[in-house]
Structure formats: structure tokens, C-alpha cells
Ligand binder design. Structure first.
Ligand code: CP
Length: 306
């Protein structure tokens, strides 16, 4: 097992070697995704917020490894609606499952769950805070397509304020010597705490509102993000920024040949559908890579190595 504990709450817990080890494990699962190494184990997926990819890929990972899956995708069907606390829910589910994968709308909920849970917790996204399994699949996708995580020009575009995927990515990339460009409207700029984190950890970055050809043509990775309506308290602000950036195929005419466009998905309209057939479009393969990474993460939490 790598990491400070069997739980995975933030990539702050992982060293560079830990990350490279997990990427290596994922590579083995990509070569052979069906292995009955979790026979007899029960994996719980507790999703207090909506999800398509994260929940289904974790559940597919568990199924392909021979585990049984329990859980819920809609907290409205659970006793949390009767006032049951998160602590009690975790204590109950830990009676039944060997590992708990949890998405919650509150920042810090996963950390709290890991402090009260007798079984490992894997954070599947806590509010606008962290989404470590997404970042691991993002790193896997970058490594697979670029051959390295060092020396890349990575452009993050869109909702950098509430986007937990970009926050998690910076946490992991403190170990690698790449350069970031943060492209966002003023309302969705990268929060100061993450810029301070970059400064403290030697992560190079620039900031701009302009997503222009110069940026596109010098990027190895363009990481588009959705403007997340559900995070806004003032919907007028959401309306003013929801179409801030839309990537279209013609904007890629002079892109580098190695460019890959990533997106954690779901997308709304920030990547035009005409981009889907461009060789740089990688977001659907990126989501597929999530299966292999999540096989590796579940096994790591259970102390199993392949
Ligand atoms: N990328 C991601 O977290 O997608 P879902 O919300 O569909 O799980």
C-alpha cells in the first residue's frame, strides 16, 4: 500500500513515488482489467452529489475485480433525509463494506469521514475542494499521451475557482516540473490559496483572461472545465460567465501535433461537438482511463498489489 493511510482524501498525501507507483499499477490493469482479486470484498459507493463517470467507473472497477458493490446514487433515498448524520452513515456502512467511496457536496466531508471510519475512504469529490481519483486519471492520460509529466505546457481553462479537478491537479503536480497557464474570467479566477500553494511549491504559472491562438498553439495539454451552475449562489453571475470560453475545431488549426484536449466531463458547451473528431480530442479516452486508475486505487486501499 502507498500513501499515508489506506484512505485517499487528497493528493497531498502521496509522494512522487506513490503517484508513479499507482500509475504503474493502472497500466497493469489496462493490460488486464478483469482479475478476480477482490473476490469476497464489498465496495460501497455513497454519492451525496450527482455523478456519471466517477460512480460508474468505480463500480465497474469493483465489478471487474470480482467485488460486490453496495451504495446509493441519490442521498434523497437514504436515512440522511431523516436527519442521520454523516458520521452515523459512515459507521453503518463500514459494518457492511471493506472500503467506502464517497462524493459529498461539503468541502472537508471526505476527510471527516476518514477520521471516523474504521474502513478506508476514497474521496470521489468533496465540494469545490479536491477530486483525487480524477487527477490520477488525468495524470495517467497525460503520461500516456505525452510520455512524461515533466516539461509540459498545461493550460487550465474555465472555472478555476470552484473546479475541484484543477485544484487537485495542482496538488499532484508539485512533484513534476511543468508550466501552467490559468485562463479564467475574473469571477472564476484560481483562488489565492492555490496560487500561494503554487508559489510555495515551485509550480510555475501565468494568469490571463484570454484564450487565444497563441495560448492554444503553445500548449501540450488544454484542460477545459465546465462552469458549474450548481456552485453559484448568484445565478446572474453564472449567466454572465457561462459562455466565457468555447473551444471550436477551427481554433486548433495550428495546434502542436502532440496537443491533447482533456476535460473531466460532463461538458455543457465549452467544447464544441465539432472538436470531438479532431485528433487532439482525448476526453472520452481520458474517462475510460478512469477505470484502470480506480482499479488501482481500490486495490491500494485494500493493500493489494498486482
Ligand atoms: N469527472 C467527473 O467527476 O464526472 P462525474 O461528475 O460524472 O462523476
Amino acid at each position: 500500500m502507498v500513501g499515508k493511510s489506506n484512505s485517499l482524501i487528497s493528493l497531498e498525501e502521496l509522494t512522487k513515488d506513490d503517484i508513479l507507483y499507482l500509475l504503474g499499477q493502472a497500466g497493469k490493469f489496462e493490460n488486464e482489467p478483469n482479475r478476480k482479486i477482490l473476490d469476497g470484498k464489498v465496495v460501497a459507493t455513497l454519492f451525496f452529489e450527482p455523478s456519471t463517470r466517477t460512480r460508474l467507473s468505480f463500480e465497474t472497477a469493483a465489478n471487474r475485480l470480482g467485488a460486490r458493490v453496495i451504495g446509493f446514487s441519490d442521498a434523497a433515498t437514504t436515512s440522511s433525509t431523516k436527519g442521520e448524520t454523516l458520521k452515523d452513515t459512515i459507521m453503518m456502512v463500514s459494518n457492511y463494506a471493506d472500503v467506502i467511496i464517497m462524493r459529498h457536496y461539503l468541502e472537508g466531508a471526505a476527510k471527516y469521514a476518514s477520521e471516523v471510519s474504521p474502513v478506508p475512504i476514497i474521496n470521489a469529490g468533496d465540494g469545490a475542494n479536491q477530486h483525487p481519483s480524477q487527477t490520477m486519471l488525468d495524470l495517467y492520460s497525460m503520461m500516456k499521451t505525452q510520455g512524461t509529466l515533466d516539461g509540459l505546457d498545461i493550460t487550465l481553462v474555465g472555472d478555476l475557482k470552484y473546479g475541484r479537478t484543477v485544484h487537485s491537479m495542482l496538488t499532484a503536480m508539485r512533484h513534476f516540473n511543468s508550466r501552467f497557464r490559468f485562463i479564467a474570467p475574473k469571477e472564476l479566477e484560481m483562488p489565492d490559496e492555490y496560487k500561494e500553494y503554487c508559489d510555495a511549491n515551485g509550480i510555475r504559472y501565468t494568469e490571463s483572461k484570454d484564450f487565444d491562438e497563441d495560448v492554444i498553439n503553445t500548449s501540450d495539454i488544454i484542460y477545459m472545465t465546465r462552469v458549474q451552475k450548481e456552485r453559484f449562489t448568484d445565478l446572474m453571475v453564472y449567466e454572465s460567465v457561462k459562455n466565457a470560453y468555447i473551444l471550436r475545431k477551427q481554433m486548433l488549426a495550428n495546434a502542436k501535433s502532440n496537443l491533447k484536449i482533456l476535460h473531466p466531463l460532463p461538458r455543457v458547451n465549452e467544447i464544441d461537438q465539432d472538436v470531438d473528431t479532431h485528433p487532439a480530442a482525448y476526453y472520452f479516452q481520458q474517462a475510460k482511463n478512469g477505470l484502470y486508475i480506480r482499479e488501482a486505487l481500490i486495490c491500494n486501499s485494500l493493500g493489494i498489489q498486482v
